[in-house]
Write a protein of this length. Structure first.
Length: 128
């Protein structure tokens, strides 16, 4: 039961954070390109790497990993939204924007997940 409550709470927090960040970025850019979704996906990738790096070096209980990685970050990242926006861009003939979005989300996401792990390892060693 604790796991379910942690998933619900984490998912709600992640969803609210996604809604706020994505909406804020998209409103600021005023562009057809889905900058809000990209910012959430890239931030989520960096955070998953960073937090995983910290969790690897600590003795946090497994239920906290569930809360953070499945709950918060699962609710925060927007892969399904990214997929839908990509399909819509392709359908609307916006091939350049669709390809740019796909490259930035995928390559940028992988690079930022790795960067998050590197930053976490560095910070763990500096703090010790």
């Amino acid at each position: 039961m604790l796991k379910i409550l942690l998933l619900l709470a984490g998912g709600a927090l992640g969803t609210l954070a996604r809604y706020a960040l994505s909406g804020f970025v998209q409103m600021r850019t005023g562009s057809l390109f889905p900058w809000g979704t990209l910012s959430v996906n890239l931030m989520g990738c960096f955070l998953v790497g960073l937090l995983w790096g910290f969790f690897e070096e600590s003795s946090w209980a497994p239920h906290w990993r569930t809360f953070v990685f499945i709950g918060i970050l699962g609710g925060f990242t927007t892969f399904s939204t990214y997929a839908l926006e990509s399909v819509n861009l392709l359908r609307d003939g916006e091939w350049r924007m669709a390809i740019l979005s796909m490259v930035l989300n995928n390559a940028g996401g992988i690079l930022l997940a790795y960067a998050g792990m590197v930053v976490a390892r560095y910070l763990v060693h500096v703090i010790r």
